[in-house]
Design a protein. Structure first.
Length: 264
């Protein structure tokens, strides 16, 4: 890690990448390779390696190629990426949301208004991981950054085009109670069996929106090898993070109250 730091990459970014790669290796080499390549592109576009590169090649003193990687994006796509970055900044500032982080880590996705494919939906490749008491994105948001959340959004948008963003957090009974206290509407997916995969979750979420297209939150209790999850929906990435902050505030107070009662 020290050699990479000497190139100009911050330790916190490297720690987030390592944590994400550890999870992705269990999924398979394709996923981990995608995360690594996306993170490296992120390091380049942030200018982390510019000083090192220019020391090696002084003739490149005016080079800005890596910094202009996103210049060819349309205004709509740039707007979504900027909102996701704003949402991430909120997560970093409101550290209480770290208590909602699941084992698979948090991600946030936002779709174009006319999205009809995964490449029309941006998220954080490698996810937003927990580093001690804070949250850190492995890389900048990118279109096609999360297959699972994008699939959920595409399914939901068939029934409510105003919902264009989703965020995944953990699930436990205290969190469900917190949803009631905050006053957000929620529904729970129907688990027909425990042997489920992510496609089953997408179908189950869509079934709920077919019945009620105005749900704020969906709870899925998972299955064998599938972690329970809570999906927070909204009109954009910033709105779903605001909902998450409200939930986290109530959740922390509720958990403290339960622990105090238990210890008496």
């Amino acid at each position: 890690m020290s050699r990479l730091e000497s190139l100009g990459i911050p330790r916190a970014d490297l720690a987030a990448l390592i944590d994400s790669l550890v999870m992705d290796v269990a999924i398979g080499p394709t996923k981990s390779t995608h995360t690594l390549m996306t993170a490296w592109r992120n390091f380049l576009s942030k200018g982390y390696l510019c000083d090192y590169h220019k020391r090696q090649y002084p003739e490149l003193v005016d080079c800005q190629v890596c910094l202009l990687m996103d210049a060819t994006l349309t205004p709509d796509r740039l707007g979504i990426l900027r909102r996701l970055e704003e949402a991430l900044e909120m997560l970093e500032n409101y550290s209480i949301v770290v208590y909602l982080s699941p084992e698979v880590s948090i991600n946030i996705a936002e779709a174009l208004p006319d999205a009809d494919s995964i490449e029309d939906i941006a998220a954080f490749p490698g996810r937003i991981v927990r580093i001690k008491s804070s949250l850190r994105a492995v890389s900048k948001p990118a279109f096609g950054g999360s297959h699972h959340l994008a699939s959920i959004l595409l399914a939901v948008m068939k029934h409510n085009r105003n919902i264009r963003a989703v965020m995944n957090v953990k699930y436990d009974e205290a969190l469900q109670e917190s949803l009631k206290m905050v006053g957000l509407s929620f529904a729970e997916t129907n688990r027909r069996n425990l042997a489920r995969n992510e496609n089953d979750v997408v179908s189950a979420v869509e079934e709920l929106f077919m019945k009620n297209p105005d749900i704020d939150i969906v709870i899925d209790r998972g299955g064998i090898g599938l972690e329970p999850a809570t999906y927070i929906f909204g009109i954009n990435a910033v709105e779903v993070v605001k909902k998450a902050v409200k939930i986290a505030r109530v959740y922390i107070g509720l958990k403290h109250s339960l622990n105090t009662t238990k210890n008496k």
